[in-house]
Design a protein around this ligand. Structure first.
Ligand SMILES: Cc1cc2nc3c(=O)[nH]c(=O)nc-3n(C[C@H](O)[C@H](O)[C@H](O)COP(=O)(O)O)c2cc1C
Length: 150
């Protein structure tokens, strides 16, 4: 099972969580491609059988600048990932209210439009609640690894 991990971040936290996720999935015995920076060509070239997307939210519920070209290119090229399992790790801060983890939500909705299959409900990591998101993500990553290994 080939798993591709893509991330976007403003200050580096989401990239760090994605690095941890990639290492943990690999340690669980999965084949992992860590695509950084995020490009559609690199994602497609990795021939993903599963996709993990990790992003923070910036502005008023927006994706980080490092992910915007990727997001718009996915919308334009619209490569179908029919049935491909995916999961989103969303970093945010609940003090932003309605836009909490909106960046992750944008990615999630786009992947569903591309006909990918959400393997696990989106993980939301709240900066108001934790300063160790990479540790808090571990149970979700382990659950995903178990699902993918079937
Ligand atoms: C200017 C700014 C705007 C933000 N806007 C949002 C937001 O709309 N919704 C949200 O959930 N979090 C928001 N956040 C919180 C970040 O997503 C959160 O701190 C995250 O952990 C940062 O991760 P990063 O280091 O990968 O960028 C914002 C943070 C900053 C500094």
């Amino acid at each position: 099972m080939q798993v591709t991990v893509v991330s976007g971040s403003v200050y580096g936290t989401a990239d760090l969580v994605a690095d941890e996720a990639a290492a943990r999935l690999a340690a669980a015995g999965l084949q992992v491609s860590r695509v950084k920076p995020a490009t559609v060509d690199a994602l497609l070239a990795s021939q993903p059988q599963a996709i993990v997307l990790c992003t923070s939210t910036t502005g008023m519920g927006e994706l980080p600048d490092s992910l915007l070209p990727f997001y718009h290119e996915l919308q334009d090229r619209f490569p179908l990932f029919t049935g491909v399992p995916f999961g989103v790790i969303a970093l945010g801060d609940s003090s932003y209210g309605d836009t909490f983890c909106q960046g992750g939500q944008l990615l999630r909705e786009l992947m569903l439009e591309l006909q990918a299959r959400e393997a696990l409900p989106m993980l939301q990591l709240d900066a108001s609640e934790t300063v160790t998101p990479e540790l808090d993500a571990e149970p979700w990553i382990d659950e995903l690894a178990a699902l993918l290994k079937g």
